[in-house]
Structure formats: C-alpha cells, structure tokens
Design a protein around this ligand. Structure first.
Ligand SMILES: [Fe+2]
Length: 398
C-alpha cells in the first residue's frame, strides 16, 4: 500500500459520496464528515511527487505552483481504502481514505490528540491532581496519564518521586528538550540567607519571602511553557505552595470586571531581568492573548515588572486592574495551597497557572530544583502518546 503524507497508520474509511468540481474534490462519509480538498493541496500531498517519500515533507516551492491546476476525475478503489484522483495533466494520485477522514474530522489541527483544557477553582479541588512518581521514568502509561492531567488542569503533581537531585531533568527528558535559561537547565530554589538574614541572590525566589501569584520569566518573548518543581528537602515551617488557575481568573475578570479585563489585555509593561551580564527584556500586557489559537500567556511577576509601556494617562487604571487581578488570584475562591513534601514534583503550565508560596522560616533546609520545558515538547509527547493509545480506526477525539 502506498504511504500517507505522514508516518501514521490508518484504517480504511470508505467514502459514501465523491464528486469533482473543477479544482475541488468533495467527499462525504456516512458519519457526517465532509471534506472539500483543493487540487493544489492534493498535489502537494501526493507522496512521491508533492511530498517526499522519505521525509514525508512537502517538496513544492510555492513559486512553482500552477495555479490553474484542476481535477478531472476521482474514484474509490475496490477496498474503500483509497481514492484515485486524476489531475488535468493526466497525473493519477492515490490518497488513503483514513488519512482524508482524519483531516475531515479535524484531527490534523494543533489541538488534535490533546485533552481539552478544563478551568478549575477551589470548589473543584484543594490539592493538585496527583500521581505516583516512584516508578514513572520509562513507564509510558503512567507518564501520559500524568501529562494528560497536566494539559487538562494546567497542574499535576507527582508524589514519592526519587530524591535524586537530577530527577527533574530525567523526567523532562522523557518528554522532550529541556528549556535552558540563564538560570541553567536545572536550577535551585533555596534560601541563601546568611546569619544576619541577608540573601545573597539576584532572585526573589531564593529568599524566604512570600511570593504572590505569578508566572516565571515574563521577561521573555515566549515564557517557558511548563515548570516542574522537585522537592529534595523541606525542614522549614511555612513555604506552602500556592496555585490558581489563571484561565479561571481571567474568565471571571472578563465577566465581572470588564474594564479591568480590557486594561490587563491591552496595556503593556516592560519586564526585565537584571543581573551581572544579563539584560532580558520584553514588553507585553499582563494577560497576553496573542493571536487566535495562541495559548493564554499571563505575564505576572512583580519582582521583574519594571516600567509602564503605555500612555501615562493609562497608568492609574493599569495599577487598579493589576490589584484586582492579583487579589482574585490569591483569593480563597481561586487559590489552593498545600505543603511541599520531599519527593513531590509540582508540574504546572507556567503561562496559564499563577503560582506562589507562603513565607517560610529558614530554620532548616528547604531545597527545590526546577526545570522548564516548552509547550511544544510536552504537546508533541502527548499527541504521539495519545495517538498510539487510540484504536487506529477511531480518528475521534480524546
Ligand atoms: Fe516562580
């Protein structure tokens, strides 16, 4: 059987009705799926001509497109697994009906094979969805179960994970490439406090201070997608982890305080990381909606919010909106809090969740190690894993 324009296997999805109309192939399936496929798109996806048989990547430079290309005929083969399309230059090209059906049902889209996001508040749960981390490395079913919760709720915890200081790296490497930053591929969160109570650090995270609801590295054009915090030791009092679903907070703000929602989604601030030899800066709104289809990106970390980047007349309402946003995010309605126990890995969507911690006393060791990993890598892992778990013929949604 000739290959599809990807590396997946498909079951046949016989087509109920086929018609050709100049440049368009129209297909209808008995389950109601419909596809209108343009001649140029079909040509680009003809394996061996428009798509390379080895890489399954496109070969057609748009400069060479023949824009008046049209179709003469289309017929199904006897098995129902293929449709053979005849182009106006007599080229016959064969397309797998399972592959065409997966496009007709939207499984090719960015959200394909990913669980839907579910916003939550404290009325839904008081602790993050939790999984056993003891044997998770190399355990693909356990790993994808945890990752699907992470994608659904934006937060998922492992408990009883090994105390190996590099466990976070090993875990992240199971999913994809670690997102390195000026803090290194794996970084420590611990109070570097001397006997006089001074912290020798350029990061508020490494003090004993409370950290209000925030997202890390809003100073970057694309802040890290996910953050994994692995607790190695905790002998201190306080220092509970706090987390709120930023999506739920944004939804509430939009319906209950539209004027603040408008200010937070449009007025820009300059964020910047100060440090010897570094100068990271980005300007953006607190609630960065990007373009249609972009994941929510909340830029909220007051320690690195430097300057208003807006008309001075807007500054008062920008502050008023931020105050309400931060109050909502840390309110009992939205924020859960829970202790960090050695062996915990708290994983969360760094661009959707608002995380923080309560103040703690530095009377003992408190040592977390963190990594970042981008949305792209976690989603790629989830799509490939979820696709494998589904029956090949389903073509449905998770
Ligand atoms: Fe943080």
């Amino acid at each position: 059987m000739s290959p599809t324009p990807d590396f997946y296997q498909y079951d046949a999805r016989p087509v109920a009705q086929i018609s050709v109309e100049h440049q368009w192939l129209r297909l209808d399936w008995e389950d109601g799926a419909h596809l209108a496929a343009h001649a140029l798109w079909l040509f680009e996806n003809t394996v061996g001509i428009g798509t390379d048989v080895s890489t399954r990547e496109g070969l057609v430079d748009p400069a060479n497109l023949r824009l008046d290309m049209s179709l003469c005929d289309a017929v199904a083969d006897v098995t129902g697994a293929r449709i053979v399309v005849t182009f106006d230059d007599a080229l016959d090209a064969s397309f797998h009906t399972g592959w065409l059906h997966h496009v007709a049902t939207g499984q090719h889209k960015a959200e394909g094979h990913l669980p839907s996001q579910v916003p939550w508040t404290t009325s839904d749960f008081s602790h993050p969805p939790s999984h056993d981390g003891g044997q998770i490395l190399g355990a693909s079913e356990a790993l994808i179960g945890w990752v699907n919760d992470l994608l659904t709720f934006g937060v998922a915890r492992l408990q009883n994970a090994p105390l190996d200081p590099d466990f976070g790296l090993r875990l992240g490497e199971q999913l994809g490439a670690i997102r390195d930053t000026n803090f290194g591929p794996i970084w420590d969160v611990r109070a570097d406090v001397d006997l006089a109570g001074r912290a020798d650090t350029n990061s508020t995270a490494n003090t004993t201070l409370r950290l209000g609801p925030h997202t890390d590295l809003p100073t970057r054009e694309t802040p890290p997608g996910f953050q994994f915090l692995h607790c190695i030791a905790n002998e201190t009092k306080g220092g509970w982890s706090t987390i709120a679903d930023g999506q739920a907070v944004v939804d509430a703000l939009q319906s209950e305080h539209p004027e603040h929602y408008d200010a937070l989604t449009t007025l820009r601030w300059i964020f910047f990381n100060r440090g010897p030899g570094i100068d990271h800066r980005w300007s953006g709104p607190i609630i960065d909606l990007g373009v249609t289809g972009s994941p929510l990106t909340i830029r909220a970390f007051y320690p690195v919010r430097g300057f208003p980047d807006m008309d001075p007349v807007d500054v008062p309402r920008a502050y008023a909106a931020m105050k309400v946003f931060s109050q909502l995010a840390s309110s009992p309605r939205f924020e859960i809090s829970f202790p960090f126990t050695p062996g915990d890995v708290l994983a969360f969507d760094n661009r959707r969740m608002l995380h923080g911690r309560t103040e703690f006393t530095a009377g003992g060791r408190r040592h977390l190690r963190g990594i970042y990993i981008d949305h792209d890598d976690v989603r790629s892992f989830a799509r490939a894993s979820n696709r494998r778990r589904q029956p090949a013929s389903s073509g449905g949604t998770i």
